[in-house]
Write a protein that binds this ligand. Sequence first.
Ligand SMILES: [Cu+2]
Length: 157
Amino acid sequence: MHQRNKIILIFSIVLMLMAHSVNIHAHEHKQAKGKMVVENAWARATFALAKTGAVYLSIDNQSKNDLKLLAVSVDTGVASEAQLHETLMQEEMMMMREAEDGFEIPSGASLEFLPGGKHIMLMGLEKPLETGEQFILSLIFENNKVVRVPIEVKDAR
Ligand SMILES: [Cu+2]
């Protein structure tokens, strides 16, 4: 076998092993969390000069313990701050405000962030969110539990 082919072969074996160990790790991670499932995580693509963005996801608490989501954070390369927001009607106007106390997620319940409702707001976007991009959002729960969630940027719908 040529030396170069050998190197390529070894390299792809290493990649395969890496991919495998990542899978195993993710699996163990999920079990250790006691069945908390994060689904439908996405961010709305923004226009070019946008300074804010919105992230939506759902957290299903299938564990026996109540959970409390205290805060969220993103890398400063994405935005300067991430906040938990809720919307409310005030004199027939839809307003939003930061949920400074976070959100409770009782055992068996789920917390949904959806367009028009609760959402995660990215303040001070470093650059626009473009369709197909991905970034990591950290969910910070009570008891120093942090869950990192990949967020995919999608077209508005
Ligand atoms: Cu908001």
